[in-house]
Design a binder for this molecule. Structure first.
Ligand code: ARG
Length: 463
């Protein structure tokens, strides 16, 4: 049994915690990542205490100066983090008292670690949302550049991973840009809802000191103070929402990564991965493996796990703070690292990936993906009902398969054997470039559309 009781809360204790208790209780190993937020929030709290005449200006100055020195020490790697001091809040406060003496003990007036940790953590998640947003914008910028470059590059479009209709590569890449756009919308929503200050809620029931919660909220960039003290210290919705948006975004990145894995396979051969984003095999000399894409695909699992994990921690917790909530940080920190790495990997990969335009075109021409264009021609030129046109085009596909050729290689006589009304202009409609140019309805893949859509996407998403 450790005889030294905590100097911060040990007044009513005779003996100290056991070594195991100390280990399970401590969060310093991970919550030290919030040091900057803790110092900013403590500074705001201290300045408010001075402004409200709750502590003296002299003590306030010593506290703010001391916090500034601690920030420098931590950033210089000179701060000694101690497990016995549990968490970042008490590590900083204990160091403050070493530096400035008794005045340090006044900083915690009208505050609890419960409102302190909620405030620090919100500030941390808010910073992380801003960082993720700007990294995602860079990914969008890269995708838009590549889309513009490939506005007219023809590739097969799939449903059920079966060749369905030709599309343009630019259009396909812009689909990702839209996914990322919604992810950024969720980031903005989360940031907006998060932005209420818990500081001043105390342990759970506020304080009898005449604090000014508007002042601290404003100093910390919050819209205002959270309205209910019980809710303020027990709310972790912001962490859950962050993990939820990250889980959705990681799912998007995973789907994109899966396409790279498929496209890079020898059977598809649509892309060549840059050396900088592929690895070799220790046994097979010819291999070039898409490890980076596979890892991005897999990392969604961790992020989804982090979300489920924290939901399970939070479910069933009574109001207000419970120590369970200390388990909120690791999944969030780990997710932040995972997301930053995954987004940077995708940005790097997409900026350098090489597309094989010939293979893409050949694949797009395979599998009679132009059968719909023939059906549309029958509707437009011969005024057939679509269902009948669909049937005629299907019969022609069957005929082409029997003759072991593509639909566009059937002779006019062959076509007329199925429907005598068919003429030469039907053959032109089967040309892939023409078919794609014609597919110019709003949001469709025609090359001219893609060029316009790239310009629009730049306006909508890039700053
Ligand atoms: N390290 C704690 C956490 O992350 C700080 C709050 C502790 N409050 C308490 N009353 N034990 O949740």
């Amino acid at each position: 049994m450790n005889k030294n009781t905590s100097s911060i809360w040990g007044g009513r204790f005779g003996g100290g915690p056991s070594e195991v208790m100390e280990r399970i209780n401590a969060s310093i190993d991970f919550d030290k990542r919030m040091y900057a937020q803790d110092i900013v929030a403590s500074t705001a709290h201290c300045e408010m205490l001075v402004a409200q005449n709750i502590i003296s200006a002299d003590d306030g100055k010593d506290i703010v100066d001391g916090l500034g020195r601690i920030l420098v020490e931590i950033e210089a790697g000179k701060f000694e983090f101690k497990t016995a001091l549990e968490d970042i809040h008490m590590n900083i406060e204990a160091r403050l008292s070493e530096l400035i003496g008794d005045a340090a003990g006044r900083l915690h007036t009208a505050r609890s670690r419960n409102d302190q940790v909620a405030t620090d953590f919100k500030l941390w998640v808010r910073d992380e949302l801003d960082a993720l947003d700007s990294e995602t914008e860079k990914l969008q910028a890269t995708l838009i550049d590549r889309a513009e470059e490939h506005a007219a590059t023809i590739m097969p479009g799939y449903t059920h991973l079966q060749t369905a209709q030709p599309v343009t590569l630019g259009h396909h890449l812009l689909a990702y840009v839209e996914m990322m756009g919604r992810d950024r919308g969720r980031i903005a929503d989360c940031r907006k809802r998060l932005n209420e200050s818990p500081l001043g809620a105390g342990a759970l029931a506020g304080t009898s000191f005449p604090i000014d919660r508007q002042m601290t909220a404003k100093a910390l960039g919050f819209e205002g103070p959270a309205a209910n003290s019980l809710d303020a210290v027990s709310d972790r919705d912001f962490a859950l929402e962050y993990l939820a948006l990250a889980a959705i975004m990681a799912t998007h990145l995973s789907r994109m990564a899966e396409e790279i894995v498929i496209w890079a396979s020898a059977s598809f051969g649509f892309v060549t991965l840059p050396d900088s984003f592929s690895t070799g095999s220790s046994m097979l000399p010819q291999k070039r493996n898409p490890d980076a894409a596979e890892l991005v695909r897999a990392k969604a699992g961790r992020v989804i796990g982090a979300l489920s994990g924290l939901l399970i921690v939070m479910k069933g917790l009574p109001l207000a703070y419970s120590k369970d909530m200390q388990e909120d940080k690791e999944p969030v920190f780990e997710t932040a690292d995972t997301m930053a790495l995954s987004v940077a990997t995708m940005t790097g990969m997409f900026s350098e990936i090489g597309f094989d335009e010939d293979k893409l075109l050949t694949a797009a021409k395979a599998a009679n993906a132009n059968a719909i264009d023939l059906a549309d021609w029958l509707v437009r030129e011969l005024d057939k009902p679509f269902r009948e046109a669909h049937h005629i085009s299907g019969e022609l596909v069957k005929l082409a398969e029997e003759k072991k050729c593509g639909l566009e290689y059937l002779s006019l006589a062959d076509m007329q054997s199925v429907d005598p009304g068919i003429n030469e202009t039907a053959l032109a409609s089967l040309e892939i470039e023409q078919a794609l140019d014609a597919r110019n309805s709003f949001g469709a893949p025609a090359p001219a559309n893609v060029t316009v859509a790239c310009a629009e996407a730049r306006k909508r998403f890039l700053s």
